[in-house]
Design a protein around this ligand. Structure first.
Ligand SMILES: Cc1cc2nc3c(=O)[nH]c(=O)nc-3n(C[C@H](O)[C@H](O)[C@H](O)COP(=O)(O)OP(=O)(O)OC[C@H]3O[C@@H](n4cnc5c(N)ncnc54)[C@H](O)[C@@H]3O)c2cc1C
Length: 199
């Protein structure tokens, strides 16, 4: 929405002074470093396990640390707190400890009882997981989706079960990569061309 051209466009990105990014994946690292470069004063990564379990690539974590991102490990948000106008002013967090490994093989994070503490922030960014926007599936009759909300489409052609509708990329596979989305687009384009030629 051309937020980068503000004030020419009226969609500014709100850059906080103290920003918490919740999550420990590559997306969290990207978000933290972008926020810092946009001018935030202090940026925290809030992650519920320890540094040893963080899912982001090691290189991304090191680069974020070098750039000045502050890591709050073994910390999990409980709630955001707002002022009288409902602007976020802080986040209440639990101190966590690690228990036995769970089904993912990683040690389960457990909140320490009575460990709540406050971090002052004015922006919180949730960088946890991805699911497709449900609007298209909800408003397009005849489209089939999986239990994860992804659109069901043929792997070779991108055809959905609705005639004349193709899908590809993250909305079909779930969170993946640019190159796989481009590949799906290419396969769909070839098939759309055939369809339009009546082949
Ligand atoms: C922070 C972050 C970092 C990433 N880093 C990497 C990386 O380094 N390398 C890599 O390969 N991948 C990376 N990814 C993943 C990559 O961005 C995605 O896999 C890729 O963008 C998927 O492409 P897509 O075209 O399927 O979906 P998208 O890029 O999400 O495009 C979907 C588009 O559809 C639009 N849209 C949604 N609903 C509607 C509607 N109803 N009508 C019209 N338009 C609509 C959306 O606005 C959006 O522009 C990253 C993702 C994130 C979030």
């Amino acid at each position: 929405m051309k937020a980068y051209q503000f004030p020419e466009y009226d969609t500014p990105v709100k850059v906080g002074k103290k920003v918490a990014i919740i999550g420990g994946g590559n997306t969290a690292m990207d978000s933290a470093r972008c926020v810092l470069r946009l001018g935030a004063g202090e940026v925290y990564i809030v992650y519920r396990r320890s540094e040893a379990e963080i899912p982001a690539r090691r290189e991304e974590v090191e680069n974020a640390m070098e750039e000045g991102i502050q890591f709050k490990f073994l910390t999990n948000p409980k709630r955001f707190l707002g002022d009288e106008k409902n602007w976020v002013v802080s986040m209440e967090c639990y101190q966590m400890e690690l228990g036995e490994p769970d089904e993912s093989g990683r040690r389960r994070p457990i909140a320490k009882e009575g460990s709540e503490f406050i971090i002052d922030i004015d922006v919180g960014i949730i960088a946890l997981g991805t699911t497709p926007n449900p609007l298209i599936a909800q408003t397009t009759e005849g489209l089939k989706t999986s239990k994860w909300g992804t659109v069901i489409a043929d792997e070779e052609t991108g055809r959905t079960v609705k005639p004349g509708v193709w899908a590809g990329g993250d909305v079909v596979t779930g969170a993946a990569t640019v190159i796989s989305a481009m590949g799906a687009g290419q396969l769909a384009a070839i098939d759309i061309d055939k369809y339009l030629r009546g082949e």
